[in-house]
Design a protein around this ligand. Structure first.
Ligand SMILES: O=C(O)C(=O)C[C@]1(C(=O)O)C=C[C@@H](O)C=C1
Length: 331
């Protein structure tokens, strides 16, 4: 069976309905998150004040503390979920997704002029593949770009060192000993006085990352526009013959008009807290689990209704666990 081709992207929805005036993003200046934060301001008539943070966790914490917005990288088309954002969505009980943005991501390998000089033994011009393989000792980046450039990195013997962001990686390459490089955007090279050794080093040309905009304040009310939602379902490993809470929710959703877009599993089973009688017997691998279900429907109002009914059905069922609405946003 052939899959349908994707329809052209609709223009991104306005963000004027969001009351916040400050947006915290993963800095420093020059990260992909920074570029997305700037592009979100094109969807506002009154731009957000943009505030860089040192980590994804710090973005969420500062936004929650100030009652403002956090921009969090969520998933990549070739390397999957961003672990730290998922952990933040799990830990912060009051964090709601209110918008999303998608960005094409093209990586470059950057180094200091001194490192380039050393790689080429002062010859000038750029380094060959053999010179990079022989002369680069350490490559810094966020864990996502390291995963998105596996093919390219496999041809080098340099140590791969994950850091908080591509911007921080570029700073380390600028300050580090000759032999250090960073995976970041070519734009970052200009900002930090670095040179571009190679451009377009990601494994796939269609590489994209999806970002979520989150708030700790009450989320905006659902609208008549096309919308998406995220529902967290934490449940006990079902006993034989029991449907389990995930099954109850999915059965309810299957009978609705909502489209199931994505379902993911939080890898931290140990942190799933259920009511006292909801624990699985230790030693049997029957761990409690937390799932995230992403849905889409023609209107936010219809989606809110489906979600409320699903949550009601889950409470009325005998299956152990609970659900939490993590976000409802128009697209
Ligand atoms: O380090 C950055 O520049 C970021 O904005 C983070 C991040 C990510 O976490 O996925 C964002 C987009 C790209 O996928 C690479 C890195």
């Amino acid at each position: 069976m052939s899959l349908p081709t994707a329809s052209p992207a609709a223009p991104a929805a306005s963000l004027d309905h969001l009351a916040a005036d400050t947006l915290f993003y993963l800095g420093p200046l020059g990260t992909y998150s920074h570029a997305v934060a700037q592009s979100l301001n094109a969807r506002r008539s009154r731009p957000f004040a943009l505030e860089p943070c040192v980590s994804i966790t710090a973005c969420a914490a500062r936004a929650a503390q100030a009652g403002q917005l956090a921009l969090l990288p969520y998933e990549n088309s070739s390397f999957g979920p961003v672990g730290e954002t998922n952990a933040v969505l799990v830990r912060q009980e009051r964090l709601y997704v209110v918008a999303e943005a998608i960005r094409a991501v093209r990586h470059s390998l950057l180094c200091s002029p001194a490192t380039l000089e050393r790689l080429t033994a002062g010859r000038g011009g750029t380094a060959t593949d053999a010179e990079m393989a022989a002369g680069l000792s350490e490559i810094f980046s966020h864990e996502q770009p390291i995963g998105q450039c596996r093919g390219f990195l496999g041809r080098l013997s340099a140590r791969r060192t994950p850091v908080e962001s591509t911007g921080m990686a570029a700073e380390k390459a600028a300050a580090g000993a000759p032999g250090c490089a960073a995976i970041a955007s070519a734009h970052c090279a200009e900002k930090m006085g670095l040179v571009v050794l190679r451009e377009g080093i990601q494994d796939r040309d269609d590489n994209e990352t999806r970002f979520l905009l989150c708030t700790s304040e009450a989320p905006p009310l659902p609208t008549a526009q096309r919308s998406r939602a995220l529902l967290a379902v934490q449940c006990r490993h079902p006993a034989p013959g029991e449907p389990g809470l995930l099954h109850v929710c999915l059965a309810h959703l299957a009978a609705s008009d909502a489209v199931l877009r994505r379902i993911s599993l939080d890898p931290d089973y140990a942190s799933v807290q259920l009511a006292p009688d909801g624990g699985a017997a230790p030693g049997h691998g029957e761990w409690n689990r937390r799932y995230f279900i992403e849905l889409e429907a023609a209107s936010g109002e219809a989606l809110a209704q489906v979600l409320a009914e699903t949550q009601r059905a889950s409470q009325e069922s005998s299956a152990a666990g609970q659900t939490r609405l993590v976000g409802l946003w128009r697209i």
